[in-house]
Design a binder for this molecule. Structure first.
Ligand code: PMP
Length: 357
């Protein structure tokens, strides 16, 4: 008896590995800092509205997510036809690669960057072209531009970059886009956009609106604290947004997620004030770690990056974090990523940085 086989690229595809959950230990409160989640619970009003929507789950959700499209269009001042919602930004990544790439095509992205990119590329049977980040964990945009060939269909620019935390500036992005041929789709993955505090920060909306080949990805998972509901969205020129909507699984954004998304946009100011608090914590963490003697890169997301030279050192650091009740995310052999969490968790991280041999 023989089993049907998937395409070879799919057979070679690893499953996505999620951040480890904390293991409760007697006498020690443990914190999950392994998935760049928002440590704040959802706002009260959002939970109530989501709970009320859960009472309607015997019915399919609105297939067109009309209210959420309208709320996003209003919040960002863009036409709804330039938006595409999906089951997290990660689903949009898969939709983009499978819509624009086939087995003959190449997808360029920095490495390390978000682990879902190479998986989406394998799922489409395309070829991943990984361009190493600089020693400081930044995108090497010159090398990425040089890696573009006639076969390149998609380029991902992840900014802030997961897991190294560095951001591309608008000037750098503009210079890069000027070098990218028009047949190439540039996906600016701004999953952590709301956490960016820097001069010359990217204006994702203005960038996609002035070009025919730029898509900007955003999510409700990070700044909005709705990771468990799985809603992401893309800003794109109307024809690309239409393609993304056509590639979406029917009813992918569930009834509770739609309601929570609308409720969150109504409370955007309150949520963004929490983001400010997380950014203040991030500054405290970065300064504390640097004061302990580490040369860590600029952190523009809700996480910090410890670069190491070997898989062993990554494992040692993760084990030491585990000892003090912090679950972190090793990316051997390059480094370990740690999310900004509750104040107590952040303080423990600073202490760990000071004591790690
Ligand atoms: N892009 C980046 C850079 C990310 O780090 C993540 C989440 N880890 C995503 C996209 C996906 O976010 P979600 O699917 O939760 O919207």
């Amino acid at each position: 008896m023989s089993t049907p086989q998937p395409r070879p690229s799919v057979a070679a595809m690893p499953a996505y590995v999620a951040g480890k959950p904390p293991v409760e230990r007697p006498g020690l409160v443990t914190y999950k800092l392994s998935s760049n989640e928002n440590p704040y619970p959802p706002l009260d009003g959002v939970v109530e509205i989501a709970a009320e929507a859960a009472g309607r789950v015997n019915r399919y959700p609105d297939a067109g997510s009309t209210e959420l499209y309208d709320a996003l269009a209003k919040a960002y001042g863009v036409p709804a036809e330039e938006l595409a919602l999906s089951t997290g930004a990660v689903a949009l990544i898969f939709q983009l690669v499978s819509a624009y790439c086939g087995p003959e095509d190449e997808v360029v992205f920095a490495w390390r960057s978000f682990e879902a990119y190479p998986i989406a590329v394998l799922a489409a049977g395309a070829t991943a072209v990984k361009v190493p980040v600089t020693e400081g964990g930044r995108h090497d945009l010159d090398a990425m531009a040089a890696a573009i060939t006639e076969r390149t269909k998609v380029v991902f620019v992840c900014t802030p970059n997961n897991p190294t935390g560095t951001s591309v500036t608008q000037t750098e992005l503009d210079a890069f886009l000027a070098k990218v041929p028009e047949h190439v789709l540039v996906v600016v993955d701004e999953a952590y956009a709301e956490f960016v505090r820097m001069d010359d920060a990217i204006d994702g909306i203005a960038t996609y609106r002035s070009r025919a080949n730029v898509v900007v990805l955003r999510t409700f998972s990070k700044a909005y604290g709705l990771a468990g509901f799985r809603v992401g969205y893309a800003f794109a020129p109307a024809p690309i947004a239409a393609t993304l909507r056509a590639m979406a699984l029917p009813f992918g954004v569930n009834v509770v997620a739609q309601a929570a998304g609308v409720a969150s946009l109504e409370r955007q100011a309150e949520l963004l004030a929490r983001v400010d608090d997380l950014v203040t914590e991030r500054t405290r963490v970065v300064e504390g770690i640097r004061a302990a003697g580490w040369d860590i890169p600029d952190a523009q997301g809700n996480f910090v990056w410890f670069a190491f030279e070997s898989a062993e050192r990554c494992a040692e650091f993760a084990a030491a974090a585990d000892e003090v009740g912090l679950v972190v995310r090793p990316y051997p052999p390059e480094g370990v990523r740690v999310s900004i969490g509750e104040a107590e968790a952040n303080t423990r991280l600073i202490e760990l940085a000071g004591s790690f041999p």
